[in-house]
Design a protein around this ligand. Sequence first.
Ligand SMILES: [Zn+2]
Length: 457
Amino acid sequence: MKENTSDLMQKIVSLCKRRGYIFPACEIYGGFANAYSYGPYGTELKNNIKKLWWKKFVQEREDMVGMDGPILLHPKLWEASGHLSGFNDVMVDCRECKKRFRADNMITEITGKDLEGDLEGMNKILVAEKIKCPNCGKSNWTEVRYLNMMFKTEMNGIDEPVYLRPETAGAIFADFKNVVDSMRVKIPFGIAQIGKAFRNEIVAGNFIFRLREFEQMEIEYFISPDEKWQKLFDSWLEQQQEFVFALGAKKKDIKLREHSKEKLSHYSRKTVDIEYNFPFGWSELYGLAHRGDFDLTQHAKFSGQDLNYTDSENKKYIPHVLEPTFGVDRSVLVALCAAYEEEKLDGDDIRVVMHLPKAIAPIKVAIFPLMKNKPELVKKAKEIFDLLKLDFMCEFDDNGNVGKRYRRQDEIGTPYCVTVDFDSLEDKAVTVRDRDTMKQERMKIEELGEYFKKNIN
Ligand SMILES: [Zn+2]
């Protein structure tokens, strides 16, 4: 991690806490397991991102429908999907300080060697190269072993363990037949879902990048086995990138990384990760995989149900599936990182401003009376607030001088500030200040609604 970039990350983390975006969870108890709470503005931002996604991938398309399945699903489903046997990370514990590490990642970081899946090789190298614990500096390791990443729990009336879903996709496959039977959908079509997923990561970190409890936006797009899938695959990849741009990301900060044939899951024809240049380095943001007929075939086998699709010519087949996946929390992190700017103003003055795209900004318009102790100004400002709040998330603020209020809204990323002054009472106009240009414009109160509708979408 480069010093100046980790610096940037710290600045974003601190702004998030200071301005009510994201807090460390359970801080009064000393924090808990690298978990975070979304504060009032963070919740707005996250909801806006999910709304934008739903609009683009469900509302505006004729070949997509949505659903919302449970977090706790039939245990057999995880047997069928392979999660019970294969959803593992490689871990090792330091016997001295008891800290747990991802053995593969730690060895790669220290030695530069990639021993993917070779547990024996990892055990050997830990001893042979006397690899030191990054936490305590000693070299006394347990055996390297696999750890299943699913969270286990129990449920009344169910004898076997129940798992918190490690991805949202499971419910989509389990209800594929119900959607086909009830919705008159024709292949190719997709099912979209947004929801929480849980992975018992050995190491969580990098703020909200790697969380054990996180949110996903997933699509299963069902196609015929005869479909020329390459074109559809490219089109999904294109749309996933469009979505990153809608979060405010720049082209230079996005790259694609295709999985090599050796690293590809046995059933996948092609998998591509979309990576983002986070302050802590290039890391996976979204993914797109051609999963063949693996999932539906497995669920048909384990459930004993016929999951064939019958096309208009009465041909039966198990559809193939393209799976574009998006992380909600990672999307939030991209929006925050892309938006953050320290702008040099006249003199030594520095303005911290979040250039969030207007569509996802938590607050669209902030409304100020010029002075707090003038009831006629406060009354007028409240009137404007009551009017605009019907269409936009607004905030009323009469605290401190107007310059300070502007700066606060800049850090929140509010695109517009409206100030009511003494002239407003006479000319029925207000000052509208633009976050990005800092330009101030006089505008009739009655024209505000139309202006914001036109400029905030
Ligand atoms: Zn140690």
